[in-house]
Design a binder for this molecule. Structure first.
Ligand code: HEM
Length: 503
């Protein structure tokens, strides 16, 4: 009997072991170098154990193979190709985009799956085609007044709080600004009190604080969630966005309200009828802009709109506090340009601040937020400059952090130096050496919006306050392991001091 049970156990363990290692010769058989995988978790052990952020783990894999163009890795049991070479990267993201239109993160459409970030194929193409005009500079200019109102309220709030205490945890502080801005610009929602705002933040923050294992499941079984029409997004969050959208449409009688926010623009699109995918897709499909589709975009604009910009600004203030000379130069530019615009901060005022733009770019060089970038082959693909042929449906990933900290592209990468973005320095680099917003036709659709809302808020803050390290500032900041994107572990503590008090 005992022998029988032991034999069954051995067979069971061997079968499980075989199942969770069955793919591990994939890259060896194709002569692609890479690290040894571990049963079940592949090369993502520290990310799966939530010891390190996925973006940091991928950066470490990038660093392990300095001489290689591509590295074969395993996300759990799934083989996937990490691209290090910038010429190959240019092919994947730009030149051969028709073979890489997909991201490979799809899930069920009834659970907000028809959103621009995770949708693939013709659905993505149709959405991108139709939603691109919402993000033009002209539309952004029209929305500027909403951001401006939000930034003023925010700076007034800091002014009041400053009288009680000068030390702030700036990451969560800035989230209250970006949440207001995205709520106002996207949906005309104004939070009456800080309490309401924090409640909404807590809800959407559940998505970013990734403690579930949905991501890992998707890596192992990439098509299953879509086939079963299951979602990665918790039900309460789905309901929040669905009822938000329904209520706004009712309030506006299904027509644009004249606020010129995203919701108005989406309603205009809806009234134009079905959307088609002809520009990016291989075949044309039509997609009706239903409330479900609007709610899916509402969800993605919220998540992408509030967290990425708040994190970028928090890191920017951190570096300005640690580098007082750079802060002084930036403050001088801000004062000068505002004066030249008769004391007003307009869309054009921000555009005239050239040093601000370099400080912003250098912040995202050091702290690119969305890591790693991902694409999926839509057909067999021969990797240029190698003998490797990728099968259809292979996941390809890119590590902006790996590239941004690679000494080959950025000497002394640990140093915060906005001069790296002087035009002549940029011209010396490979055009794909900087990719905090991704690159090519599937790059960040909200890039202009993200830049504008962040730069405006920084201008408003620095025209009234300066930032300094406090006694609790962590000089050795780590990336939070459990967040779906890059962010500071334990927040960022800084002193914010009214400028006139110092004079
Ligand atoms: C500092 C701010 C931001 C950063 C650093 C950022 C970064 C990124 C990155 C790296 C991607 C993936 C690009 C790729 O795969 O090539 C992305 C995609 C996307 N972002 Fe952003 N983003 C920011 C702000 C925003 C804002 C404000 C919005 C919307 C209001 C937005 C909406 C999106 C959407 C919808 C996608 C998916 C686009 C597609 O697949 O077609 N992002 N973003």
């Amino acid at each position: 009997m005992v022998i029988f049970f032991v034999s069954v156990l051995i067979v069971l363990i061997s079968t499980i072991y075989y199942y969770f290692t069955r793919t591990f010769n994939y890259w060896k058989n194709r002569n692609v170098p890479g690290p040894e995988p571990i049963v079940l978790v592949g090369n993502l052990k520290d990310s799966v154990l939530r010891k390190k952020n996925l973006g940091v783990v991928i950066q470490e894999l990038y660093d392990m193979f300095p001489e290689e163009k591509v590295v074969g890795i395993y996300r759990m049991t799934s083989p996937c190709l990490l691209i290090r070479d910038l010429d190959i990267l240019k092919h994947v993201l730009i030149k051969d985009f028709e073979a890489f239109t997909d991201r490979g993160m799809e899930f069920g459409k009834d659970g907000l799956g028809q959103n621009l970030f995770t949708a693939d194929g013709e659905t993505w193409a149709a959405l991108r085609n139709r939603f691109t005009p919402i993000f033009t500079s002209g539309k952004l200019k029209n929305m500027f007044y909403l951001m401006h109102e939000g930034a003023d309220t925010f700076v007034d709030y800091i002014g009041t709080e400053c009288q009680k205490n000068q030390e702030f945890e700036v990451h969560s502080l800035l989230q209250t600004y970006t949440l207001s801005t995205i709520s106002a610009c996207a949906f005309g929602v104004n939070y009456d009190s800080l309490g309401d705002k924090l409640k909404a933040l807590e809800l959407v923050d559940q998505i970013v604080t990734d403690t579930s294992y949905g991501k890992e499941f998707l890596m192992m079984y990439p098509t299953l969630l879509k086939k079963l029409n299951l979602s990665l997004i918790p039900k309460p969050i789905q309901n929040f966005f669905k009822s938000l959208v329904t209520n706004i449409i009712i309030q506006r009688n299904g027509k644009p309200s004249g606020r010129r926010d995203f919701m108005d623009l989406i309603l205009e699109l809806r009234n134009m009828g079905e959307i088609n995918s002809s520009k990016y897709g291989n075949k044309t499909i039509t997609l009706e802009i239903t409330e479900e589709v609007i709610a899916a975009q509402a969800f993605v604009f919220y998540i992408a709109g509030y967290e990425t910009s708040a994190t970028t600004m928090a890191y920017m203030l951190y570096q300005l506090a640690l580098n007082p000379d750079i802060q002084k130069k930036l403050t001088a530019e801000i004062d000068e340009v505002i004066q030249a615009h008769n004391g007003e901060v307009t869309y054009d005022t921000i555009k005239d601040m050239k040093f601000l733009s370099k400080v912003f770019d250098e912040t995202l060089r050091m702290y690119s937020i969305v890591e790693p970038l991902q694409r999926k082959t839509t057909r067999e693909y021969k990797v240029p400059g190698t003998d490797l042929v990728l099968e259809k449906d292979t996941i390809v990933i890119i590590s902006p952090r790996g590239i941004h900290y690679d000494k080959k592209h950025y000497p002394k990468p640990e140093i915060f130096n906005p001069d790296r973005f002087d035009a002549e320095e940029v011209a010396k680099r490979h055009p794909c050496a900087y990719l905090p917003f991704g690159l090519g036709p599937r790059n960040c659709i909200g890039m202009r919006f993200g830049k504008l809302q962040s730069q405006l808020c920084i201008v408003k803050i620095l025209s009234k306050f300066s930032v300094e390290p406090s006694k609790n500032t962590d000089r050795n900041l780590k990336v939070a392991p459990c967040r779906a994107i890059i962010g500071p572990e334990g927040g960022i503590r800084l002193n914010i001091i009214p400028r006139k008090l110092k004079a």
